[in-house]
Design a protein around this ligand. Structure first.
Ligand code: AP5
Length: 228
């Protein structure tokens, strides 16, 4: 099945990364996470990483131009030709407009209706659940698998089930920074709901249910959304 670009949308902790990995595996297409790409740049000390590091530590959004250039570079990868999952992008109306133009001008595939527009799966999760998820999150630095000490613990505490690496806590998963990230989401990202709703490209999923249930609904929604 050919998949039009899919955007996973939702607040910090909504489950975008968790679901993106599952969907990407299922369809054999890449997960493009702007958060992961930025963290890689920070880790490697690139110019982009040096510029983004403190902004991310404060829980604010990295400037649109930097993020759009980074995404454009990633989308040139040959692995994106059959489709891709965007996780954490776009996050402002400026980014969404940029993406719409980019897809029309640059992608080589289209969806079932012959359009190149991305459609959006919005994960809706209650505020207190987000806080609990983010403070309990642990990530494998080797394979990227995401755990949660409350809801999805590894078999051995703090160790990845898949490759035995010691799990890490993200620097921005401290309560003060989480509060700033949630504020940035409300102020700068939530307006995208109206943007995509008006264009009839938004599907909502209740993300407050077990991971497998959310995945099953997301996969069904992608089959439906692919023909929007
Ligand atoms: P980014 O890395 O994108 O972080 P985020 O959007 O804040 O989202 P998270 O990764 O925190 O949450 P998630 O929705 O992926 O949830 P997850 O699946 O991990 O961005 C980080 C920073 O980079 C930003 O603050 C900004 O500075 C910058 N940035 C990134 N993109 C940008 C952009 N486009 N523009 C500008 N700046 C940008 O799940 C969370 C936890 O919940 C896990 O522990 C998981 O196990 C658990 N969980 C998941 N699903 C369930 C479930 N159904 N039930 C119970 N637990 C669950």
């Amino acid at each position: 099945m050919k998949i039009g670009p899919v955007i996973l949308f939702g607040p910090p902790g909504a489950g975008k990364g968790t679901q993106a990995k599952r969907i990407a595996d299922k369809f054999g297409i890449p997960q493009i996470s702007t958060g992961d790409l930025l963290r890689e740049n920070v880790e490697k000390g690139t110019e982009l990483g040096q510029n983004a590091r403190q902004i991310m530590q404060r829980g604010e959004l990295v400037p649109d131009r930097m993020v759009c250039d980074m995404v454009a570079e990633r989308l040139k990868g040959g692995d994106c030709e059959r489709g891709f999952i965007l996780d954490g992008f776009p996050r402002t109306v400026t980014q969404a407009v940029w993406l719409d133009n980019y897809l029309v001008e640059n992608t080589v595939f289209d969806n079932a209706n012959g359009t190149r527009a991305a459609f959006v799966l919005r994960f809706v999760v209650e505020y207190n659940a987000l806080l609990q998820r983010l403070t309990g999150r642990r990530t494998c630095p080797t394979c990227g698998r995401i755990y949660n000490v409350h809801t999805q613990p590894p078999r051995v505490a703090e160790v990845c089930d898949l490759d035995g690496s010691r799990l890490v806590t993200r620097k921005d998963d401290q309560e003060e920074v989480i509060a700033e990230r949630l504020k940035a989401y409300e102020a700068q990202t939530l307006p995208l709901v109206e943007y995509y709703h008006k264009r009839n490209r938004l599907l909502e999923i209740n993300g407050d249910r077990p991971v497998d249930v959310v995945t099953a609904e997301a996969l069904r929604a992608i089959e439906h959304g692919n023909s929007l």
